[in-house]
Design a protein around this ligand. Sequence first.
Ligand code: NDP
Length: 683
Amino acid sequence: MAGEAAELLRHYVADRWQTPEDEGTPLHHAATGEEIARVSVAGIDRAAALDHGRRVGSPSLRALTFHQRAALLKALGSYLREHRDALYELSIPTGATRGDAMVDVDGGIGVLLGYASKAKRELPNDTVYVDGPVEQLGKGGTFLGQHIATPLHGVAVQINAFNFPVWGPLEKLAPAFLAGMPTLIKPASPTAYLTARLVELIAESGLLPDGAVQLICGPTGDLLEHLTPQDMVSFTGSAATAQKVRSHPAVVRNAVRCNVEADSLNLSVLGPDAEPGTSEFDLYVKQLVTEMTVKAGQKCTAIRRALVPAWHIDAVAEAAAERLSRITVGHPADTDVRMGPLVSLEQRDEVRRSLKALLDAGSVVAGDPESVEVIGADADRGAFVSPVLLRADDPDRAEPHQVEAFGPVATLIPYTATERAIELAARGEGSLAGSVVTADTGFARDMVLGVAPWHGRLLVLDDTDAGESTGHGSPLPALVHGGPGRAGGGEELGGMRAVLHHMQRTAVQSSPEVLRAVTGRWVPGAARSVTEVHPFRKSLAELRVGDTVIGGPREVTAGDIAHFAEFTGDTFYAHTDEAAASANPLFGGIVAHGYLVVSLAAGLFVDPDPGPVLANYGLENLRFLTPVKPGDALTVTMTCKQIIPRTDADYGEVRWDVDVTNQDEASVAKYDVLTLVAKEIGS
Ligand code: NDP
């Protein structure tokens, strides 16, 4: 874009690129100040975009199973990975060095791929999510309860911050898409051109169903006014804007789900044990400087408050200052540069204002709040600042706990005892991420339990996990990203938790047969069908939920038990020593091994010849309910409970309900057997 007339950003609405009707307002290169793009929403119909998402995107996504959606996410992640150079290139004007761009771009792609693979393991190949166990609501078992989750029929609206123009949209898109909700992306204006390029790539991939993703750049305008009870909003940005979004009349009136990530005075605590010279001391200082300077400190998870034992504060200050002196600031395309500019001159002014407030309560340890030396750029035209480490010798001053300078700024704060550190941590009034650097597990426990209520994520770093640690500032798809209070009170990511945020949980009360029809799973009390053909001889295409095999009875003899004990080496007294077993208050005599019961049951239900069943890959929820004594006769009832075809293999998973009963029809063991079964005979 540089050197040419700046491009007017287009919007992707109703599966078409639309150009606004006026010239728009300019967006500037973070390092050079030159105009990089223009943004306007003149003539763009936000209500129509929401309507299109509901009418077109939502039904087409809901028609897909979780596994089909996961396969599309995976394909999209791979496509974006192939085209990521375009995104790196356009990250430079946002102020991002190559390292920063990788955090944003590769991090975002990683979320897509991470969610795709998790979904295949943790979600069914179905359109309904069954949440928790069946609840028996009446004594006779004819009236059951089951929680299910189904996708909301609206649009997941994202309002994003400027600092992660790629990761931000993708980390919100992945769980919404998996849940079956279309997304409308509203990027922050300063870096909207990079998000627009991302959406161009998504559209060019042709992978996603119509209406699944839309983009409207520029001011939010009247977007929120058109929200309905089935839409939701995920917001990242300042606490002040979050408050406006949350209290918007349409959001309040329609109880629109609103997830917020806002300001956060994240802390990092150095343990008292981590003296200068220890690995933990070095890890602490290194991490502090990394967090201050990656993305020029414009990370919602960056360390703002560095709590250190009062007697080590001079040593930490000295070591951090030494490291910071090696941070080169300048044009993000220059490979000698370690830290680029802030996103805009407005943000530079904002950081300077916040620094002034922080300086009222502290002194400068490293860096220059007024000026900065830069490489390859003009310090005044670009939004450059020096990394600044402050020191607040009075930990009770409010400023370091309240003022977030959204840049390369952190404050050292002394503490004298564990309780004091916990109390100071709470003064941040809620944070996204915290870290404790210590080799003392007792201190780690006290700190984690003491500050957990104020945090969404806590990293405990020591010499043993540092090599694999993903670091203080990195949200991960599998772990919750969000925090209470000042941090917005929201929750993103966290594996399948975030998918469920986009779905309605409903308690269904019904007969077993209705529950089976609704969930596609056999439940106790629903009809079983014992067919002539053994279910193990049926392919996935032929097998039906409810297909049952009954085997037995088979008497368990004293000889069986003695043989099993000797054969396996499990000579536990309850199976081998009549006198000792008689004294056992639960058994009152020799009993069969639980594993013998399970093994005998397998012998009763199995069909031995080669066929569509490829493997047994486990048991779940195994419980031994009644002791089995010599002379008892076992019967096994095995019922096909759930059929899960895999989208990328010619076999699928079958979950079987197994109930082993004795001659009195009492259950002696219950469990689920998991098998892999071919989709077609001979496949
Ligand atoms: P804002 O809160 O101003 O903007 C965040 C998003 O909200 C942008 O997409 C913005 O659009 C949009 N927006 C602005 N006004 C409204 C409104 N009235 N209704 C609905 N949406 C609106 O944050 P900034 O990006 O300007 O950053 C300001 C400060 O926020 C930073 O200095 C930092 O302290 C904090 N911040 C916190 C982050 C976090 O993750 N915790 C991330 C980024 C910033 P537009 O850009 O078009 O105005």
